[in-house]
Design a protein around this ligand. Structure first.
Ligand code: ZN
Length: 426
């Protein structure tokens, strides 16, 4: 099977927009990348894709996704999450271990990988738990989990409260070449909070989660990264204070990386005034000043990665009173247009935006092959940055529909996704 993609503008996360090219894909690899017009013969049985006016980017990798399988298949399965992923332009998803059972042992990691290959859409990279049962006490078997296919460890959904346990986790993870991803939250400070603590929470009478509950733990992880000399990745940062702490740590040479999610640079806590539970997530939407700081952090590369924290919940968990509803929103099909909005605003260049969705997360997780070059595995997306559309609930391929962007006009859409030389979405 040969595919010829004609006339698209390639966006390279290192070199930038390198102009109109034709890409030839034979079996699972890119065999040729040529300036448009210079390809002489194409042979027979070629699938030709006209990509003029489109951008061609390496397949996006979402390093923070909840696929809910095993255990919560009524919210999402690896198959439905994979489909939503390829629709959104992703060729790889790293899935968090807060499943049931928890992904804290080899059999769950292997199960996830089997289900992913059965789904047959994209690559799934399991993140295993740091501690058994995500209870925060006893470390999991990092070496075995790595061998089984885990790319990182995290107790996401919960922090590792015990600093000594976290210190050992950071050291062992480095020894086994696993990324450590920290969910930063001081549970005593955030307890029973439903939204950001500030003037809006006071006005609408909801219990608040102060910024400090995130920032205290960000500071701790920075201290542990400094102490151990080993890398730590901070998940879903949402506050100006986290951005400035990470900025200072990076300036000091501490090995810390960070991600944020599109909702933290797109929405703020004023959205909560209507008590719509699709604006409820953890960490919560913060103030407009925090949103500005997150954008600045992305622009300055203090925040390395854009990840969705895709968190499917059914109506059973969301159609409740605000303080009882579950935290989290889906994000696989909205990450690209929301990130492209930052490019139009001038916050990020297209190259920087693509890097935060491809090369940067791949680097942290130790995934190779996210550059479009001859000989590389053909994982890529063809996107139309100008396509404008209203996001309808029926367009959502995830099993859960908990998105605050339903009914909103978005600009920028993934058109075709190719994984290992196969068209998995068009
Ligand atoms: Zn989390």
């Amino acid at each position: 099977m040969t595919i010829l993609i004609k006339g698209g503008d390639i966006v390279d996360p290192i070199k930038g927009v390198i102009g109109k090219h034709d890409i030839v894909i034979e079996r699972e690899r890119i065999s040729k990348i040529l300036l448009t017009g210079s390809l002489t013969e194409t042979g027979s049985e070629v699938t030709i894709i006209d990509a003029s006016g489109k951008l061609i980017i390496p397949g996006m990798i979402d390093m923070h996704v909840h696929l809910r399988e095993p255990g919560h298949e009524y919210k999402e399965t690896i198959a439905t999450g994979s489909l939503a992923g390829v629709c959104g332009g992703f060729t790889g998803l790293a899935c968090m271990p807060n499943t049931e059972p928890v992904n804290d042992n080899v059999s769950v990691t292997e199960y996830i990988l089997r289900q992913a290959s059965k789904a047959g859409k994209l690559k799934v990279y399991p993140i295993a738990a740091i501690t058994k049962g995500r209870k925060g006490d006893v470390l999991t078997e990092f070496g075995d989990l790595k061998k089984a296919g885990a790319v990182g460890v995290s107790d996401d959904g919960s922090p590792v409260i015990n600093s000594e346990v976290m210190r050992r986790a950071i050291e062992y993870a480095r020894y086994h070449n696993l990324a450590v991803i920290s969910h930063c939250e001081d549970l005593n400070l955030s307890a029973e909070g439903a939204m950001h603590e500030g003037e809006i929470s006071t006005k609408i009478g909801l219990r608040g989660i102060p910024s400090a509950s995130e920032e205290i733990m960000v500071q701790r992880e920075i201290s542990l990264a400094r102490l151990t000399g080993c890398p730590v990745h901070i998940a879903h940062i949402s506050t100006a204070g986290s951005v400035s702490a990470i900025r200072r740590a990076k300036e000091d040479g501490v090995s810390v990386t960070a991600e944020t999610a599109p909702h933290y640079f797109t929405l703020d806590h004023t959205e909560l005034i209507g008590y719509n539970t699709n604006f409820k997530m953890n960490p919560p939407l913060r103030t407009p000043e925090d949103v500005l700081a997150i954008k600045k952090g992305l622009a300055d590369d203090v925040i390395d990665v854009i990840a969705t924290d895709h968190a499917p919940h059914s109506r059973l968990e969301k159609d409740l009173e605000f303080d009882k509803a579950a935290f989290g929103i889906i994000g696989l099909q909205t990450a690209l247009p929301l990130t492209l909005a930052l490019v139009r605003e001038g916050v990020l260049t297209i190259q920087a935006a693509v890097k935060k969705l491809t090369l940067a997360p791949a680097g942290i997780l130790g995934i190779s092959g996210v550059i479009l070059k001859e000989g590389a595995i053909a994982d890529l997306a063809i996107i139309d940055p100008e396509c404008e559309y209203v996001l309808n609930e029926e367009d959502i391929l995830s099993k859960s529909k908990n998105s605050p962007f339903i009914g909103k006009t978005l600009k920028g859409k993934n058109i075709i996704t190719i994984v290992e030389g196969r068209i998995v979405w068009s």
